[in-house]
Ligand binder design. Structure first.
Ligand SMILES: *Cc1c(COP(=O)(O)O)cnc(C)c1O
Length: 372
């Protein structure tokens, strides 16, 4: 065997991706409604990102964090504006690792509360933060993590005490089944967590970069977290992660508190910078496409195979009462790339740049398949 059997791979090879179209080895074209798991938000091989990467590749790829890095400062400013300070990592899990360390350093407390059904990554602390037994895979977890019920403020209150450093959540649980947080829950959460002297840590790895119609999902919930993390779509597929915290917490990551060889490397930063510029061009008019998306999805509720349709922005979950894995496979036969999530949920994360006709055509094919 050459590769570990830790993934279940569809027997398909793709050789080219462009915006929302993927081409396989036999020149079949597929419509991508997955964004490669939430990565291609500004479209696969976006021209501006490709140009930035090529230009950067000719200059400098790698620069240890022993030297000034102007590109990191540029991307940090585009990401967090004036209010936040940024640390760059290489993945979502790594960004969350940094967030967990920072919250513990800032508060001098240990416990991190997360939520059942959450997903925060596969490294050891990120896995321990993840509230799903299937992800824990029977392994011993790190100490200092507790799990509350999502959208249940009393279950959170029961766990709060003076050892809680932070409460970490996704505003729309992604892998867990596309489950949006209720605004009331978030409003109460902010109050009780801050009253407890703990930090609010938002995992924007999947919901960030325009996925929910705003640059970050917390804008939809009208607040600014103490700490938030970002990755997946940040550099359109070049590995990167970012952890941002309010400026007042910056001094807790002083010299030697944390670090990374590759984190914020010039190649990733050039792609992130171009991706953020593209996103700022796309977001002002995204609501029309979101409206169209939800107009089409609303009609799915009438299907007998559909239990519920939920989500936010360009992030949708269609909970089914037929096996979702088979639906994802059947849709590949129909040349549509989708994802599953959580409890039997078909997850759709189309590129924000998909054309309206490509989007509606694909949704109609999905509806047809779910009607059979
Ligand atoms: C994908 C994901 C992660 C992990 O990101 P990796 O880059 O795979 O480490 C963490 N949190 C959320 C919400 C995610 O969707």
């Amino acid at each position: 065997m050459t590769l570990f059997p830790n993934y279940q791979r569809a027997p398909l090879t793709f050789k080219k991706t462009k915006n929302a179209t993927w081409t396989d080895g036999k020149n079949n074209e597929y419509t991508d409604l997955s964004s490669g798991i939430g990565v291609y938000n500004v479209g696969a091989n976006n021209d501006a990102v490709v140009s930035a990467l090529i230009a950067q590749a000719k200059e400098i790829w790698h620069l240890p964090n022993l030297y000034e890095n102007e590109l990191q400062e540029t991307v940090a400013a585009k990401l967090g504006g004036e209010a936040y300070t940024t640390y760059f990592a290489n993945s979502g899990a790594e960004a969350n690792e940094a967030a967990i360390k920072l919250a513990r350093l800032v508060t001098k407390r240990e416990t991190i509360i997360t939520f059942k059904n959450s997903f925060h990554g596969r490294t050891y602390a990120a896995m321990s933060a993840t509230g799903q037994d299937s992800i824990h895979y029977g392994l011993p977890m790190l100490a200092g993590f507790q799990y509350a019920e999502f959208n249940d403020i009393n279950s959170l209150k029961e766990l709060l005490n003076t050892d809680v450093a932070g409460v970490m959540l996704e505003l729309v649980q992604g892998e867990g089944g596309v489950i949006p947080a209720h605004q009331d829950f978030v409003t109460e959460l902010i109050q009780v967590v801050h009253d407890n002297g703990s930090l609010i840590m938002i995992d924007e790895v999947q919901t960030g970069m325009g996925r929910t119609g705003k640059k970050f999902a917390f804008e939809n919930y009208h607040f600014q977290p103490d700490i938030f993390t970002n990755a997946k779509a940040l550099a359109s597929g070049v590995p990167v992660g970012a952890m941002l915290a309010k400026n007042e917490f910056a001094s807790s990551f002083s010299y030697n508190a944390h670090g990374s060889t590759f984190g914020g490397n010039p190649l990733a930063m050039s792609a992130a910078s171009a991706t953020l510029d593209e996103l700022s061009l796309i977001l002002p008019s995204i609501s029309e496409k979101i409206n169209l998306f939800w107009q089409e999805l609303a009609t799915f509720k009438e299907l007998s195979s559909v239990v519920e349709v939920r989500g936010l922005g360009m992030m949708a979950g269609i909970e089914l009462n037929i096996p979702v894995k088979q639906v994802v496979t059947d849709l590949l036969d129909e040349k549509i790339v989708t994802l599953s999530a959580g409890h039997n949920t078909l997850r759709l994360l189309p590129p924000l740049t998909i054309s309206e006709s490509q989007l509606t055509t694909a949704l109609q094919k999905i509806k047809q398949l779910l009607s059979q």
